[in-house]
Design a binder for this molecule. Sequence first.
Ligand SMILES: NC(=O)c1ccc[n+]([C@@H]2O[C@H](COP(=O)([O-])OP(=O)(O)OC[C@H]3O[C@@H](n4cnc5c(N)ncnc54)[C@H](O)[C@@H]3O)[C@@H](O)[C@H]2O)c1
Length: 254
Amino acid sequence: MSSFTDSVVVVTGAGSGIGRTTALEFADRGANVVVADVDSGGGRDTVEAIGDAGGEASFVETDVTDPAAVQEMVDVAVAEYGRLDCAFNNAGIGSEQIPVSEYPAEQWEHIIDVNLLGVFNCMKAELARMKQQDTSDAIVNNSSVLGKVGFEKSSAYTAAKHGVLGLTKSAALENGEAGVRINSVCPAFIDTPLLEKGNVVNDPETLEELKGLHAMNRLGTPAEVAQAVVWLCSDEASFITGEALGVEGGYLSR
Ligand SMILES: NC(=O)c1ccc[n+]([C@@H]2O[C@H](COP(=O)([O-])OP(=O)(O)OC[C@H]3O[C@@H](n4cnc5c(N)ncnc54)[C@H](O)[C@@H]3O)[C@@H](O)[C@H]2O)c1
């Protein structure tokens, strides 16, 4: 198990689901964690859970669509802990199921703003800081299997998640020589509150159908994604950059 003792890690969307579990995993391995979320209740609960487990974390209320708030998030990491080693740009929202021909443009833009522009805002501020440091750093962006294939009635979400993969690869090319590795994770359906918020799972029948889309016939867990993120940030992944790592139980095997 790789150690992150004294590393400084920012996790966005760390007030719930995959982000919270990943923040706890980094803290468990010794990292100082900056918990960023637009939901201050959820974010503070994560900080408390990390403290209860003997770890170190700070909360910064952050809306990733706001570049000034994102800059503040990076500034807090540096002010509190001296530098920024790793970032998991994970904050995101699900989308309602609406066909392209009926999708309200404002709603479409909002999904893109949070899920794609939000990742850009975070990487911009994080990279500006990391490039001032003489260390090996790592960023992981949370895309989705829906960054690799389409999904009916989810055009905004799939477009944003495909965009995250392009953004990741371009940034990986720009920053590899400077020692910053940048990768994505592409989870399939993971058991978090997002599935309900996005109206993906409304009843037991839909849940069973969703499980059946995976070769393993189940949803993934936030911990399974967290392990992949932590590994991509670790020295064990020292020659991996620009990658889009599936955490998807065989979703894309058919
Ligand atoms: N759950 C899945 O099946 C699944 C699959 C693939 C990818 N993902 C991606 O994983 C990421 C995390 O999702 P989750 O399933 O843990 O969902 P979640 O709803 O449990 O957590 C998402 C968190 O992001 C925060 N957030 C939302 N908008 C924000 C904003 N503008 N600024 C800052 N924080 C914001 C929320 O407050 C919440 O705490 C998302 O990017 C999602 O698209 C999820």
